[in-house]
Design a binder for this molecule. Structure first.
Ligand SMILES: Cc1cc2nc3c(=O)[nH]c(=O)nc-3n(C[C@H](O)[C@H](O)[C@H](O)COP(=O)(O)OP(=O)(O)OC[C@H]3O[C@@H](n4cnc5c(N)ncnc54)[C@H](O)[C@@H]3O)c2cc1C
Length: 510
């Protein structure tokens, strides 16, 4: 259904509310926001600087293979079902979510490994085999993670956090749950075996934080995985983005790719629209930023006097890690390699200190390897495998010259993979290319090339994070990794729900 027929796609009839909204950025947060505002009757334009929607979920096509650039672990699939259901459509009819098994294989430097999920009994048996005395502790850890999930994801995830009173109301519960501990600290409280402590505390790295300083609230990821498992979109995450792109256009959202928003315009403290880099003005009474909020504040509100987010304050934030990602293919398949394998480095604690404190990358880094054909055999041409492998590295605040370091890291990563997970890799390698934090800075305008905006520290979470409603301008809202509830696909899709509820509460939309 198009705008031209004058019908409201949300209701299937009636008049479309003529209020205009512009969403800046087509990551999952921006896409979800555009759909939610459209379903509420607004005329929505989504502006994305890259040629393709998806944000960090880009797709690279090389040598006959499609490589998902970013997220591949889909937890909380119902959040996508909801977006299609807003318009009476079915997600499952357009893109399938395949169950991944095991969810993760974690390989330790001593040669042992742990297969985790989806079968709880099998996971517990594997834990008992590694460290029999820790099984009871693991169960208590899982129960604790469940309590964080119930409070922080179920109750607070979609709850606006722009009022200090909300923090004060829920603060005691979070303190009682020991949110002041780190995820590693929580795992260490319950388990003595260092390998298990690492296996059940590394999740913050997947959203850019240090397991030893990220608030234990993020142990909720453990329960999030348990709720609906770990899925993979058939055809890759790019297929999910394509299905959402199609939905946006079907329901009348104007999608403008290849256009960068240069400035958010304001008059008397309220947004009046945006100006694109080509000088074009798009009027809007509602502007939703899915772009990095630190970038938006520093460069896109240039004419607005900022009350809370001064440059000094933005500079003092703790930005999330950078990523080095190597995409590659082989002329054979490695059928014994799981879909998601984490190969731990030889010294986890020193590696974390290097990345987060000393600004150094590890010589032999821990690696996360993605092999989609393990779940979806059609993900690569027959007889070939397509992979990506990523290593956590310091963001651009560290003094690293990526022009010289990237090729060195590439060699170190290939050597490590050949020695551990992918024997004879060098002989089978048919294509390889990489991205570094510099690419994140240039492509997505991510401040300091951070892969996940700001770190998920307690003092940068909930009320302390960039609010979903701007503290500088009326009519400006934020979704995406830098705002509440935080990075990761479930977080950014949920942030659009928060913005929708704010607009309803403020009477902007019915
Ligand atoms: C390699 C990698 C792997 C990951 N794996 C997982 C995973 O398996 N599971 C998971 O849940 N999460 C994962 N994540 C995290 C997750 O991908 C992100 O947190 C999430 O996708 C970010 O979504 P977002 O809405 O914040 O937008 P982004 O994806 O950051 O997109 C923002 C968009 O805004 C655009 N933009 C910026 N400025 C402007 C401007 N001025 N004008 C127009 N457009 C602009 C950018 O080009 C970009 O496309 C991964 C991240 C990376 C990098």
């Amino acid at each position: 259904m198009s705008q031209a027929d004058g019908l409201d796609p949300a209701t299937g009839g009636g008049t479309t509310n003529s209020s205009q909204a512009v969403v800046i950025g087509g990551g999952f947060g921006g896409i979800a926001a555009a759909l939610r505002l459209r379903a509420r009757g607004l005329e929505v334009t989504l502006v994305e600087r890259l040629d393709r929607l998806g944000g960090r979920a880009q797709v690279y096509e090389r040598d006959g293979l499609r490589f998902d650039a970013g997220p591949t672990v889909i937890t909380a699939p119902w959040l996508f079902d909801e977006l299609f259901a807003l318009f009476g459509r079915s997600r499952a009819e357009r893109v399938s979510f395949l169950p991944v098994s095991p969810w993760y294989r974690i390989r330790f430097d001593d040669g042992s490994h742990l297969d985790y999920g989806p079968d709880r009994e099998a996971t517990e048996a594997a834990i008992a085999q590694l460290a029999p005395d820790d099984l009871a502790g693991y169960r208590r850890f899982a129960a604790h993670a469940r309590r964080f999930y119930d409070t922080a994801f179920q109750r607070l995830g979609a709850q606006p956090f722009h009022r200090l009173t909300t923090l004060l109301r829920y603060g005691p519960r979070l303190l009682w749950l020991q949110a002041f501990r780190s995820v590693y600290g929580l795992a260490a409280r319950y388990m003595a075996d260092e390998r298990l402590r690492q296996a059940f505390s590394l999740q913050p790295l997947l959203i850019g934080g240090n397991p030893r300083s990220t608030t234990a609230i993020y142990s909720l990821i453990h329960e999030l995985e348990n709720q609906a498992g770990v899925c993979f979109a058939k055809g890759g995450t790019g297929a999910l983005v394509d299905a959402l792109d199609e939905l946006l256009r079907e329901v009348g959202v104007t999608v403008r790719t290849g256009q960068t928003v240069a400035r958010i315009e304001a008059s008397d403290g309220s947004t009046t629209g945006v100006t694109l880099a080509n000088g074009e003005h798009l009027p809007a009474s509602v502007v939703v930023g899915d772009a990095d909020p630190a970038h938006v504040h520093k460069y896109m509100l240039a004419t607005t006097r900022r009350r809370r987010w001064s440059d000094r304050r933005l500079d003092r934030l703790h930005y999330a890690i950078g990523l080095y990602v190597l995409y590659f293919a082989t002329d054979c398949r490695y059928p014994d390699v799981a879909h998601h394998t984490i190969q731990m480095g030889p010294d986890y604690h020193d590696e974390l200190d290097g990345i987060f404190k000393r600004g150094e990358r590890a010589d032999v880094p821990s690696l996360y390897l993605h092999r989609p054909t393990a779940t979806d055999p059609t993900a690569a041409p027959e007889g070939r495998d397509g992979f990506y492998v990523l290593a956590a590295v310091p963001n651009l605040t560290a003094d690293i010259d990526w022009a010289t370091e990237a090729p060195r890291l590439k060699e170190a990563v290939i050597n490590r993979l050949a020695a551990t997970l992918l024997p004879d890799l060098r002989e089978h390698l048919i294509t390889a290319f990489h991205v570094t934090p510099e690419d994140f800075g240039r492509d997505y305008l991510a401040v300091h090339g951070s892969a996940f905006s700001i770190q998920p520290l307690f003092r940068q979470s909930a009320w302390f994070r960039f609010h979903n409603r701007s503290e500088e301008l009326n009519g400006l809202y934020f979704v995406g990794a830098g705002t509440h509830p935080g990075a990761g696909v479930p977080g950014v899709v949920t942030s659009a729900k928060v913005v929708e509820s704010l607009l309803v509460a403020e009477g902007v939309v019915p």
